[in-house]
Design a protein around this ligand. Structure first.
Ligand code: GP9
Ligand code: MN
Length: 719
């Protein structure tokens, strides 16, 4: 003990003591207050070390102080400051199941109300431990048990500790990237940043992002809006009379087919049809199915696809718009447009946590009335995979909420089971997978088949319940499942269905090119309108950016006054130059990849001359302009300067996604006989029993363990 006292009576001893105690209280917060969803030894190891690097770095600043009367107060101030940040996050997390952003701290957040008086009511007995060490040390100092060590430390020591902490942080980042690739570039959930890098790193990261965003926004001017307006109106494609309003007043059900690529449609492997039901929908006379439709996502992946379909604007050049800008972004999105133009109710059904991709905040800014995320379902035990509730259960368990939605409604289902690395429990599928030597490629076919089965079960319910007849069902793939680096392994399956893959040539595996990679970026886009007889395969080239103007025109809403960067796919003026987020592009005739041009008829590289050269340059200029204008609008949040005629800006404060069921029931009760919910139309009887599934988990009772960490940022107001 004596030895310990003498040690902490040296500056280095005191330094290590404070670092150790701060590390301990951070772990206390990790274990007692945050739900970081840690699984596996490696994640535990990363979580245990992640407070160290920045604590050494911050506390190490005091080591540069020569005088004791500077060193001690400084290191204590740093300790107190860091403890305040940690403790504020603990309280904030108890209220919002989320971490405090700089904007929230500064009270700039449009959505997060920030800490309120009632937050203090959220204190807990163990909170004392966050402050006890500081109090004890101050008392011991006052009692001169801990004395100031007047001996200055060697100058280089401060520098050594700083370099050590930078090195340590480098390792921490490397371990994090190993376990969760693209953690920083694809910040899909703040919880992951804290789990892998700690609260301090999260706050610094968020600060840098906020600074970057506010710089861009503060310099934004109305004139920049003018040039975007000019571009959008010049690019607008007039609707096609033949299709305008044909789905007016129908419910809109959007089914997001996770990581589902077009090549799966009609594909056979190991003698099995991979997606028999979706093939049937694809070829149905009631479906407008697009065979040359491409995803246009960037690093935001699903969230980029959602952004394009909901707003008609692209994702960001880097990172995710939802995660980076979503909390304070002005949106003029489908839920609000359909509600204001035609009184639609709106809801999202998704089996993952509400905070993933910052959806909880983004949907409020979009005007979504309901968000039934993971906390609304039993996701325990084998009912979920890493990304949330299995698709068959999502569709089935959603009925208890769907049946109370007032019609017409705009409802989106975001499936997750067909997600990299395409794991599925044995009990869920007996599909025979090919052997390409690449397990994620092999399993992709199994999860795609599982998704196909789950959509089939849902359609069966739609028909039985009668919802089918007064709905338009949109099905789309959000982005590739198989990445370019695995495409050669995928190509090994092409010979099993060579006619289906004839455009890839006789020996695709050995002659694989970037052109082949680009052709595989097609995703399904199907507009299924029961009762329509003139459906069929649509060959016009297009992408996710074109969906919203296409849908609005089908519903009889003119999209001209809205800032959207795509064009109606049915319009004779539709723009068939499809931009990819990285400025590559494809047209019916050519594919341009980093300036190399391929002829789509042959798949071969061409050297453009004369008029072709001009055309290629013109198309590239067009692509860069389209992306540039969208980025200007989003990065500078220019929609805050623009209100479409008759459109009322969304007030996100009006939305809270807790208690969704009670809210539906309250609306239904208030409307009484005027209620248009399925339940009311079914003479106030539930339709849940109509739903049939062969999901083995459906009969499994709730279990303690859970593959996803359930949080609902709005839950403290009850769910
Ligand atoms: C997460 C899910 C998948 O909730 O939507 O997102 P992704 O990883 O595909 O972007
Ligand atoms: Mn996705």
């Amino acid at each position: 003990m004596k030895q310990f006292i003498s040690k902490i009576n040296t500056r280095m001893g005191f330094f290590f003591l404070l670092v150790f105690l701060f590390w301990l209280k951070t772990l206390l917060a990790y274990f007692a207050d945050f739900s970081l969803g840690v699984s596996g030894i490696f994640q535990w190891f990363i979580m245990l070390i992640n407070p160290l690097a920045i604590t050494f770095l911050l506390f190490g600043i005091a080591l540069y102080a020569k005088k004791a009367k500077i060193f001690y107060p400084l290191i204590l101030l740093i300790d107190i400051g860091n403890t305040v940040l940690l403790y504020l996050n603990v309280i904030y997390y108890r209220e919002f199941s989320d971490f405090m952003t700089i904007n929230t701290m500064l009270g700039y957040s449009k959505v997060d109300q920030g800490l309120s008086g009632s937050s203090l009511a959220l204190t807990e007995p163990h909170d004392l431990l966050f402050w006890l060490d500081i109090v004890i040390i101050l008392v011991l100092m006052l009692m001169r048990k801990i004395k100031f060590d007047q001996n200055p430390l060697p100058k280089r020591l401060g520098f050594q500790v700083t370099s050590l902490s930078v090195l340590l942080f480098g390792f921490n980042l490397m371990f994090a990237e190993i376990d969760r690739p693209q953690l920083i570039t694809r910040t899909f959930d703040r919880t992951y940043i804290v789990k892998y890098l700690g609260i301090d790193a999260f706050t610094v990261y968020d600060g840098a992002k906020t600074e970057q965003t506010s710089k861009m926004r503060s310099s934004a001017t109305k004139s920049e809006l003018k040039s975007v307006e000019k571009y959008v109106h010049g690019h607008y494609a007039k609707s096609n009379k033949k299709y305008y309003g044909i789905a007016k007043g129908k419910n809109v059900i959007v089914i997001h087919l996770e990581s589902f690529q077009q090549f799966l449609i009609d594909d056979k492997v190991e003698g099995q049809t991979v997606t028999p039901f979706l093939n049937k929908i694809y070829h149905s006379k009631s479906t407008y199915a697009f065979s040359n439709f491409f995803h246009q996502v960037g690093q935001g992946k699903t969230s980029d696809a959602e952004n394009m379909l909901e707003t008609g604007t692209f994702g960001l050049p880097e990172g995710s718009l939802f995660a980076q800008l979503g909390t304070n972004q002005t949106f003029q999105a489908a839920p609000a447009i359909l509600n204001q133009e035609q009184g639609y109710t709106s809801a999202v059904f998704h089996g993952n946590v509400a905070s993933f991709w910052n959806r909880n905040n983004v949907y409020k800014n979009m005007g979504y009335q309901y968000f039934f995320s993971a906390s609304y379902y039993d996701t325990s035990g084998d009912k979920s995979t890493g990304y949330g509730l299995k698709d068959k259960l999502l569709f089935k368990d959603s009925i208890k909420y769907l049946q109370y939605l007032q019609q017409p409604f705009y409802a989106k289902y975001i499936t997750v089971s067909n997600h990299f690395p395409f794991d599925l429990d044995k009990e869920d599928s007996s599909f025979k997978v090919p052997n390409t030597g690449n397990s994620s490629v092999n399993n992709y076919f199994k999860t795609a088949n599982y998704l196909d089965q789950s959509v089939k079960e849902f359609f069966t319910f739609l028909k039985k319940s009668g919802l089918y007849d007064n709905s338009v069902i949109i099905l789309y793939g959000d982005h590739y499942g198989i990445s370019n680096s695995d495409n050669k392994d995928l190509a090994k399956t092409f010979s099993q269905d060579s006619s289906h893959f004839k455009s890839y040539g006789s020996d695709p595996v050995d002659n694989w090119t970037d052109w082949d990679n680009t052709q595989l970026q097609r995703v399904p886009f199907m507009i299924h309108i029961p009762g329509v007889k003139n459906g069929g395969i649509q060959k016009q080239y297009g992408g996710e950016i074109d969906v919203l103007p296409t849908l609005l025109h089908l519903l009889g809403i003119n999209s001209k006054k809205y800032m959207q960067f795509g064009t109606d796919l049915f319009s004779s003026q539709h723009d068939q130059v499809v931009a990819f987020r990285n400025q590559n592009y494809i047209t019916p005739n050519y594919t341009s990849i980093s300036g190399t041009v391929y002829d789509n008829n042959t798949g071969q590289v061409v050297t453009p001359t004369g008029s072709l050269k001009k055309q290629i340059a013109k198309d590239q200029k067009k692509v860069n302009k389209q992306l540039g204008m969208s980025d200007s609008l989003n990065e500078k949040n220019l929609l805050r300067f623009y209100t479409p005629k008759g459109f009322k800006a969304v007030n996100s404060q009006l939305y809270n996604y807790a208690n969704g069921l009670n809210k539906e029931l309250a609306v239904q009760k208030k409307l009484g006989l005027k209620s248009t919910s399925m339940y009311s139309n079914n003479r106030d009887r539930s339709l849940e029993d109509l739903y049939k599934t062969d999901a083995p988990e459906a009969s499994h009772s709730k279990s303690k363990n859970n593959r996803i960490q359930i949080t609902n940022p709005d839950s403290n107001s009850g769910n």
